[in-house]
Each structure stands twice: as C-alpha cells, then as structure tokens.
Ligand binder design. Structure first.
Ligand code: IPM
Ligand code: MN
Length: 351
C-alpha cells in the first residue's frame, strides 16, 4: 500500500517521539512491502515562532491531502505562564480538531502483562482491563462562547451540544461496542446539566437500533470513582469533550505510565493519531521521553487502514521491549533506563 502521512511533530518531546514512530513505521513498511511518504508540517508553539499562528493554512492543506496525520504534541511553558498571550499553541490543536472535523477521539486503556505491578492500583483490580473511551472532540465547553463581563470580574464558558453532534459520536460508540463485548456506558451529568440530558435522551433513542448492545447511563462523578475501583467493569464509554479529557488522564494511570497510551481522532475527513501524554517540556531534548505511546498510535494508524498484521507487529515489539526491560526512565523502576532513541532503535530492529 502507498501511504501519504502528514507528520506533525509539534513541540516539547513531540519531535523525539515522532522520530521513533517514523523509524518503527518504516521498518514495518519494509517488512510488509508498503511505501510511506512522510510530509512534515508545523503546528503548535514552533509554528507560532516560525509563522505567527499555531495551525497554519499550509499545515491544514497538507493534512487534508494526506491519508492520515501522525501527531506528536503541542504546548510550551512560555505560554502556560502568560494568560495574556494573544495566541496560544493549544488554540492550534483545537483549530486543527475543528477544521479536520475530528469529532471522535478514541482513547483505549489497556494493561501490559509485564507492567501490572507498576500501576499505582492493585494488580487484582486492573488485571485484564481493556476499555475504550470515545470522547467527543469538537463541541461542548471547549468550543462554546466564552468571555469576560463586568470589567473582567466575571468569566463564562458556554457548554453547547446539538442532537446531531451527540448522535454521530454515539453511533461510533454503538458500532464499536458491537465489535467488542456489546456493553456501552454513556457518561453524563444528567442530574444537573441540560446538555447531559440531551445526551442521555439521544442515546436512549438510539438503543432500539442496536438491540444487542446493553447501555448503562452513569454520572461522571460516579464513573471517576468506579474507573479506579473496578476498571474491568467497563468496555466502551462515550463522553462529552471535557468529561472525556479528565477521565482519560485518570484512566491512563491504570496502565502504569501515561507514556504508553495512544489515541486516534476520527471524523469525516482524514484521521489523526497521537500519544495522549502531551509535550512534557521538562524532558525536551533529553532523550528520556517514552516513545511507546507514539509507536502504538502509529499501530492504530496502520490498523485504521485495515493493516491489522502490521499494527499487531508493532504492538508485539512494544510488549517484547517491555518484557526485556528496554524501557525509558518512567518505567525503569531502579533498573537500567534506556534513551528515547535507543528504545526506538530496538523496536525497529525487532519488527
Ligand atoms: C488532550 C489535551 C488537550 C485537551 C489540551 C492540550 C488542549 O489535554 O488532548 O487531552 O484538553 O483536549
Ligand atoms: Mn487532556
């Protein structure tokens, strides 16, 4: 297969982890006879520095023309500490999601047999955890009207959802549940929020189209608790944007390291694949960041093209590295910590 991939390395550790995912993907291409053309493009703080905006039109064009986007991370501390900055890297991420129509963010949470004792949660609680969040990504409070009133003394962020936005996300949730254990959890706060009542009502109305799927409706605060108590009780969870942001960070501790969790964002155009860990500025350039989440994101990319064996080969290499202790310092636990690049080299060599 010929694949044109837009490569958005972004900021912080983004370029380092992206380099490793490219290396491992190229090894896959060589082994399975594919041809990958990578087209780099600017996004985030580095784009602001270069051209003044965090998601340049040129980058958008490159993404639209590609078969998929592989993305590193966005963010720089110089903006975090300056609330008055007129333009921020994160705006680039939100704009990219909106303009590419990436309304469904797929965030799987699973455990690795060799890391069960690395999680802060007890082994017997997390063993066998395999769940997927489908987080709505282009609506809700992130994109509602926001502003200041009262000479700056009052601030507001509106949370808005349309029935159509809920339906298209929920449809993906039902479809995914059908390919798994046929269990779907709709996460909301319908005891308080009107948008949540619209979510619940919309999902309830769709149940008849998927008679085999058992749907549970749970409040987000209760899910936050049960997620760490009995993660095994969940399979597919659908959430609005902000709830999904919060719960997926919480869920990442189940696996033992945030440096292991990949994600995919889908919509009606091109799909985007990225690690969930963010730009981790303190580690930038130190060759210590864990590249596995980005490698696993590339695995999701191959699988999305229907290249299941290729994706599995990448997952197998990661599992093998974890078992062999070829890991970065976040997982080294007193043992030898390998560099980002060395882990990438090892994974590529073991494809
Ligand atoms: C994520 C991130 C982003 C979000 C930030 C960087 C804007 O936390 O992808 O989860 O809140 O969506
Ligand atoms: Mn987040």
């Amino acid at each position: 297969m010929k694949l044109n991939i837009a490569l958005l390395a972004g900021d912080g550790i983004g370029p380092e982890v992206i380099d490793q995912a490219v290396k491992v993907s190229d090894a896959i291409a060589l082994k399975f006879g594919h041809e990958i053309t990578w087209t780099p493009a600017l996004t985030g703080a580095c784009a602001i520095d270069a051209v003044g905006v965090p998601y340049p039109d040129e980058t958008h064009e490159i993404c639209l023309k590609s078969d998929a986007v592989l993305f590193g991370a966005i963010g720089h501390p110089k903006y975090d500490n300056d609330p008055t900055a007129p333009v921020r890297p994160e705006q680039g991420l939100l704009l990219m999601r909106k303009k590419l129509g990436l309304f469904a963010n797929v965030r799987p949470t699973f455990t690795f047999p060799s890391l069960l004792d690395k999680s802060p949660l007890k082994r017997e609680r997390i063993e066998g955890t395999d769940l997927v969040f489908l987080r709505e990504l282009t609506g809700g409070i992130y994109f509602g009207e926001k502003g200041r009133l009262d000479g700056g003394e009052t601030a507001f962020d509106n949370c808005v959802y349309t029935r159509h936005e809920v339906q298209r996300l929920a449809k993906k949730g039902f479809e995914l549940a059908m390919t798994r254990s046929k269990k779907l959890c709709c996460v909301d706060k319908a005891n308080v929020l009107e948008t949540s009542r619209l979510w619940r009502e919309t999902v309830q109305a769709m149940e008849k189209d998927y008679p085999e799927v058992t749907v549970s409706y749970e409040f987000v605060d209760a899910v936050a608790m049960r997620l760490v108590q009995w993660p095994n009780s969940y399979d597919v969870l659908i959430t609005e944007n902000l709830f999904g942001d919060i719960l997926t960070d919480e869920a990442s501790v189940i696996s033992g390291s945030m440096g292991l969790m990949p994600s995919a964002s889908m919509g009606d155009k091109v799909a985007l694949f990225e690690p969930i860990h963010g730009s981790y500025p303190q580690a930038t350039g130190l060759n210590i960041a864990n590249p596995m989440a980005t490698v696993l994101s590339a695995a999701m990319m191959f699988e999305n093209f229907g290249l299941m064996e290729e994706g599995q080969a990448m997952r197998d290499a990661v599992n093998k590295a974890l078992e062999a202790g070829i890991v970065t310092e976040d997982l080294a636990d007193g043992g030898k910590a390998h560099g980002t690049k060395e882990v990438g080299d090892w994974l590529a060599a073991n494809i």
